[in-house]
Design a protein around this ligand. Structure first.
Ligand SMILES: NC(=O)c1ccc[n+]([C@@H]2O[C@H](COP(=O)([O-])OP(=O)(O)OC[C@H]3O[C@@H](n4cnc5c(N)ncnc54)[C@H](O)[C@@H]3O)[C@@H](O)[C@H]2O)c1
Length: 380
């Protein structure tokens, strides 16, 4: 195996997991983040996010000197073979993806690299962004070096990010040159996983098309669940019956409180926006978004039908993160419901095994956080 010297820009769920797994597979990795506290924590062996198995791998690879963390992007980027970009691409008010973090990293790369280098965009970005990143970096280079840009979207699922990376179902690489393709093939060779090599634009689209398909599946099942309630069918039995059909598959058939998190909500809106920009109406994805907006507060509305008011009532909220196994509260349906309940004057007793601290940071004194489910029930 050829060992590559790799820098990672951004140590969130995607960047940190990618960095740690690349180190675990034998590459030399330096992780860069703008957040000094985070970098300090990581240097002490503390994982800044909750992901099963991540802290152990961080400590193991730090001990043998295969991974390090820094805020000093200049020295980190200057002589590496590849730089993976894993910064956020959050939603803007109009639904489009905010590419300002990607733009900042691109500028930092252009001013820092002193050696030929492949820039790999892992962040989820609209089709055509890799082309712009390449042009921008080439136009802004300070040193006379050769730079290529490749797309390598990430498909990990929070809560099982390490496993999803080390045992990924597929690795998508989007390149426009044989050289870039060869480097990425070699970087991923020790993972021994299926690699699908396509153009950069196709790789960018594969990411959105995959996420939006899953969001659509969730909204479809929620839509069917709502109809089941009206006609006296049991959605769990219906899902079970559907799941045996290999054309449908058994995953993502659970009806519930709607999707949340840092990906599905923004990626559905970003694709809808991209379609609109290109004069196309993406009706299926629009329907998935509409169903989800209503689904998130359906429980609350049901409760409202039964109670005169929530004012002064104690309400237990069990489960805060947008799904199990993560501490991420971004776009979690729990937050929409807590907001509505607080507005009505309810007193919240909330519990989540791993997302408690994040809720505490978000609300400070507004809520009572309970140490366990029994305590939150007792107080209500
Ligand atoms: N979270 C997921 O499950 C997931 C899965 C697949 C793809 N993605 C995509 O990956 C990207 C990153 O998502 P995330 O959830 O890891 O984000 P995140 O918000 O958890 O992490 C982003 C990190 O980048 C850092 N950062 C910002 N500017 C920087 C700079 N100039 N240099 C270095 N670091 C910088 C931030 O401090 C932060 O630590 C997004 O585009 C997202 O859509 C996320």
């Amino acid at each position: 195996m050829k060992q590559y010297k790799i820098a990672i820009a951004g140590t969130g769920y995607v960047g940190l997991v990618a960095g740690v797994c690349l180190a675990e597979k034998g590459h030399q990795v330096i992780c860069v983040d703008v957040d000094e506290n985070k970098v300090q924590k990581m240097k002490e062996g503390i994982c800044p996010i909750y992901e099963e198995g991540l802290q152990e791998l961080m400590q193991k690879n730090y001990k043998v000197g295969r991974i390090d963390y820094t805020t000093d992007y200049k020295s980190a980027y200057k002589d590496v073979d590849a730089i993976f970009i894993g910064v956020g691409t959050p939603e803007q008010p109009d639904g489009s993806a905010n590419l300002s973090y990607v733009a900042t990293v691109s500028r930092q790369i252009a001013e820092s690299i002193e050696k030929d280098c492949l820039v790999v965009v892992k962040s989820t970005v609209p089709v055509g962004t890799n082309d712009k990143v390449e042009q921008f970096i080439k136009d802004s280079l300070v040193h006379n070096v050769k730079v290529g840009v490749a797309s390598n979207p990430e498909f990990l699922s929070q809560g099982r990010a390490v496993k999803d990376t080390l045992e990924a179902k597929r690795i998508i690489i989007g390149t426009e040159s044989k050289e870039a393709e060869k480097i990425l093939m070699e970087i991923y060779e020790p993972f021994n996983l299926p690699i699908v090599s396509v153009s950069r634009r196709s790789a960018e689209m594969i990411k959105y098309a995959s996420n939006d398909f899953l969001a659509l599946k969730i909204s479809y099942m929620n839509d069917i669940a709502n109809l089941c309630e009206l006609v006296g069918a049991n959605i769990e039995d219906v899902a079970k019956g559907m799941s045996y059909d290999p054309r449908i598959g058994e995953k993502f058939l659970n009806a519930g409180i709607g999707y949340g998190g840092s990906c599905f909500p923004k990626d559905t809106k970003a694709l809808k926006y991209l379609a609109k920009q290109n004069g196309y109406k993406l009706r299926t994805v629009e329907a998935a978004v509409d169903v989800n907006v209503e689904q998130k507060t359906k429980l609350y509305k049901k409760a409202c039908d039964r109670l005169i008011t929530f004012n002064g009532l104690k309400v237990a909220i069990l489960g805060l993160a947008f799904k199990p196994g993560t501490d991420d509260l971004r776009e979690a349906p729990s937050i929409d419901n807590i907001e509505l309940l607080l507005k009505q004057g309810a007193k919240i007793y909330a519990y989540d095994p791993v997302a408690k601290e994040n809720l505490e940071k978000k609300y400070r004194r507004k809520n009572n956080l309970c140490k366990n489910t029994r305590r939150s029930f007792r107080r209500c």
